[in-house]
Write a protein that binds this ligand. Structure first.
Ligand code: C2O
Ligand code: CU
Ligand code: CU
Length: 524
């Protein structure tokens, strides 16, 4: 049962509106527009930034620069490193804040179309979340103001205008939001130049170094975009000199649709110290890492046993959502056992005393299964690719303010959600066995961090599934979980601090734009 609700009601339920702002909003809404948020005089930011979405160029490949859409910006108040740009092509911004700080961001849209910024992973008030209903027109400004409530971790931000997210991210719009806090300080992790972020994205280029994206064919969008080249921080040849000691490496899958299965060229395991929602309780070692779109992994790498000049590469296998493995024909880049070197770390002559790997990294907020209000009957999200449209629970995204009765939850409760990627199996008529319907979907929920409780499946796990599953990081706090074909994945989450209207969706950006997304309403 679906019915429209006037989202003004949702807004006031969230306690977002005061007095006459409500009238202005009601008026604007009758014209189908919400006025952009403006700076509030009573809000005294610790960090204040300008962030501008604009067209420009970036040096992605050697030779001609590439036309991109990008963020630019500067620090208006706060430490100079509150906004920097990643090494590499220099078009990916990094915002650094501490938990508890008040952040104000003046977001200016200088793109030729509407946009809005979503802070991926943040527990945040509805109006600041970047829901597509808040998209602003070219020439408009939206002022974000919020106190950073999340624990330390590697979060990120990207545009979220309806049906244009995939295109805008592909053009280059993406940034990192790195939060620190006292708990992270106490863990004494490698910092400064020994704390590096790697954003992995694939792109295709024409002969003039310009980006090539999907055409309009619906089939292509169903399959999701996969590029011929894999860029790290905007470069196909990312290289970094590292002191011989411990290094923190934060890995982000910022691609539109491609999954990566990663390993180190020297056979070292990944020592995982954090995932989407910050530090783990203890480090975990695993030979490989699988990152779905939007997922992050924070790893510890010790380069102290290298000799000066030695190189360690990060090797990546690219997998499409339909689990096709990308191999050889990658523009002359040599493959190492079927994987591509995407980043190189070269040991410098300088060595440092290696920091000890802490045995205990953090204690994250307990999410207890016995507190779940629906453990016996989890809220089910059925993933399907039927009739040429990616759907959740049998339907595509509707109106911006539409909420199904089955998508209402209550503030301050804990729930189990089950992402079921097995509903199209066994339906005959090519659904199920038809390849195209069998895809891995990275499922994302706004406003929460969840624990992955477990995975189950009907039938046998294929070799490909086993291969990818060996690299999962199903621990810690997550906001994206990759759901393989045939699988059901149960997650546990608590709706805290903010009532309001939020989204859950597949983070294959083309699927999101095709409507594999729904609103859910957190009610008081
Ligand atoms: Cu990173 Cu709604 O997404
Ligand atoms: Cu998000
Ligand atoms: Cu999907």
């Amino acid at each position: 049962m679906i019915h429209r609700r006037h989202f003004l009601q949702g807004l006031s339920a969230a306690g977002l509106l005061l007095g006459n702002a409500r009238n202005a909003l009601a008026q604007a809404m009758s014209h189908g527009r919400i006025p952009p948020a403006e700076a509030t005089p009573g809000f005294d930011p610790d960090v204040e930034l300008s962030l501008r979405a604009e067209t420009g160029t970036a040096q992605l490949l050697d030779g001609a620069p590439t036309a991109v859409w990008r963020f630019s910006g500067n620090v208006l108040k706060g430490p100079a490193d509150a906004l920097t740009f990643l090494d590499g092509s220099g078009h990916i911004p990094v915002i650094r804040v501490r938990r508890g700080q008040k952040l104000r961001v003046h977001f200016d849209n200088a793109l030729p179309e509407p946009s809005i910024v979503h802070w991926h992973g943040l527990n945040i008030v509805q109006r600041m979340d970047g829901h597509p209903m808040y998209a602003i027109d070219p020439g408009q400004r939206f002022v974000y103001e919020f106190e950073v409530g999340n624990r330390a971790g590697s979060y990120w931000f990207h545009p979220h205008p309806h049906e244009r997210t995939s295109f805008q991210v592909y053009q280059g719009m993406l940034g990192l939001l790195l939060i620190s806090d006292e708990e992270e300080d106490a863990a004494q992790l490698p910092a400064g130049a020994q704390d590096v972020a790697l954003v992995i994205q694939d792109r295709s280029f024409d002969g003039g170094n310009q980006l090539v994206y999907l055409g309009n064919a619906r089939h292509n969008w169903m399959m999701g975009f996969s590029g011929e080249r894999v860029l790290v921080n905007g470069r196909p040849d990312y290289r970094r000199e590292v002191v011989r000691g411990a290094q923190r490496v934060r890995l982000f899958n910022g691609s539109n649709a491609t999954l990566y299965h990663l390993r180190w060229s020297n056979g070292a395991p990944f020592t995982v110290i954090g995932s989407d929602g910050g530090l783990l309780e203890q480090p975990v070692q695993q030979a490989t890492l699988t990152l779905g779109i939007g997922e992050r992994a924070d790893v510890w790498m010790d380069f102290s046993s290298l000799s000066a000049g030695d190189t360690v590469q990060l090797l990546a296998e690219s997998w499409s959502p339909s689990l096709q493995h990308f191999t050889a024909e990658q523009l002359g880049l040599p493959l190492v056992d079927g994987a591509r070197p995407i980043a190189a770390f070269v040991a410098a002559s300088a060595s440092v005393d290696s920091l000890p790997l802490p045995a205990t990294l953090s204690r994250y907020p307990a999410l207890a299964l016995d507190e779940a209000v629906n453990a016996a009957a989890p809220r089910r999200v059925e993933i399907s690719m039927m009739m040429g449209s990616p759907r959740l629970n049998g339907r595509s995204y509707g109106a911006m303010d539409e909420v199904a009765d089955s998508d209402r939850v209550t503030l301050d409760t804990t729930e189990v959600w089950e992402f079921a990627n097995d509903v199209s199996m066994g339906m005959g008529m090519g659904m199920g066995m038809g390849g195209m319907m069998q895809m891995a979907h990275p499922m994302h929920v706004h406003n929460v961090s969840f624990r992955v409780l477990g995975r189950s499946r009907k039938g046998a796990q294929s070799d490909v599934h086993q291969h990818l599953a060996s690299g999962f990081t199903d621990y810690g706090l997550k906001d994206v979980v990759l759901v393989l074909p045939g699988e059901r994945v149960q997650v546990l989450m608590k709706f805290e601090n903010h009532a309001g209207l939020y989204l859950y969706h597949c983070h294959i950006l083309e699927h999101e734009d095709l409507g594999m997304m729904h609103n859910f309403l957190i009610e008081t």
